[in-house]
Ligand binder design. Structure first.
Ligand SMILES: [Zn+2]
Length: 339
């Protein structure tokens, strides 16, 4: 992964100005949708601040002792806090450890940096502990909080951080960056970007031919279940393959698009423009009320699977059964996929 992403440059310059004026805040909230590279930026900034010989422009040299340690995830003045193991949240013990780390003297005489990878994942006790750390900044400490949903954070956390807001790059800039990173003979960078709401790293994430084909298979499977051509329990097996949360996010996006297609003959924007004709055909089999009902169910399914310890296969079977055609004798044309 590139460490310098072109759409970050203005934010980088802003931080360099803070540094030049010796006004770098003790806590930064890096906020913006998934796929804009907030973590890449946080790591670039951390490595640069710890580097022994930073370049003009503020980037790290890439070769010094600090840079080598940082790249090996072993720098003693840097700590990264994220969800571990099967846990669904970041707990108070992890935040206490972070606070203790920041309170210690720097090993190499420079910054002490803590990167909190997803601040929305903190449980309530962890948030209260983090507030204490934010209220008592230590010497050369820097706390980097990363959030894809800053509006869902307590105001007390937001107000104690300097907001660094990440925005999607303009389309031409995003396509120029994405094109050399994907197999553009098989995948269209523009469509990948549209599906990813303009977030280049999210587009890159799905630009994998195997995953792309898996998405098409899931859609075919869902369409067949919906019209009574496939048993929900049989279909649920393929939904368990790959990243289940991503699979369910596809499901949500298909229903969102089907609602758009049911309300307007040519919607100005679709999440899945490549599936437009198939989605339109499937949408025509359902009423608008039923489409909204299935969308709500898909959102509930995603929340349950991503935040609780549920039996995912069972939940998928229930969801697919409820999506199955009420009238399995409906005159439905055999899907004829040409991807
Ligand atoms: Zn260096």
């Amino acid at each position: 992964m590139d460490e310098k992403l072109p759409w970050h440059e203005k934010l980088w310059q802003k931080l360099q100005l803070y540094l030049t004026n010796q006004r770098l805040p003790h806590a930064l909230l890096l906020a913006g949708m998934v796929g804009l590279g907030k973590l890449v930026f946080a790591r670039r900034l951390s490595q640069a601040l710890l580097c022994d010989n930073p370049e003009i422009g503020g980037d790290s040299c890439g070769y010094c002792r600090s840079c080598c340690l940082f790249r090996a995830y072993s720098h003693p003045d840097f700590i990264r806090v994220s969800i571990t193991g099967d846990s669904k949240s970041i707990g108070i013990d992890q935040i206490r450890e972070l606070g203790h780390f920041l309170s210690l003297t720097s090993n190499y005489g420079g910054y002490k940096i803590a990167l909190l990878e997803d601040v929305n994942s903190l449980n309530i006790n962890a948030i209260n502990s983090l507030l204490k750390t934010l209220e008592e900044p230590q010497g050369n400490s820097l706390l980097l909080l990363v959030s894809a949903q800053p509006s869902r954070l307590p105001a007390t956390i937001r107000s104690r951080c300097q907001l660094i807001s990440f925005k999607s790059p303009i389309t031409s800039e995003a396509i120029a960056w994405l094109t050399p990173h994907v197999n553009s003979t098989l995948l269209d960078p523009q469509i990948l970007l549209e599906i990813s709401a303009g977030a280049p790293l999210a587009a890159l994430d799905i630009a994998n031919v195997a995953r792309w084909n898996h998405r098409h298979k899931l859609f075919e499977s869902y369409e067949q279940v919906s019209v009574g051509k496939k048993e929900p329990i049989q279909a649920a097996g393929s939904w368990m393959q790959g990243d289940i949360n991503e699979n369910i996010r596809w499901l949500i996006s298909w229903h969102t698009d089907m609602i758009r297609l049911s309300m307007v003959s040519v919607p100005p924007w679709l999440v899945n423009p490549d599936l437009c004709s198939f989605l339109k055909r499937l949408a025509s089999k359902w009423t608008l009320v039923r489409l909204f009902e299935r969308l709500d169910a898909a959102i509930r399914l995603h929340m349950l699977c991503s935040t609780t310890q549920v039996n995912v296969q069972l939940m998928l079977e229930v969801f697919l059964s409820e999506s199955a055609a009420e009238d399995s004798n409906s005159h439905y044309l055999e899907p004829n996929f040409r991807y």
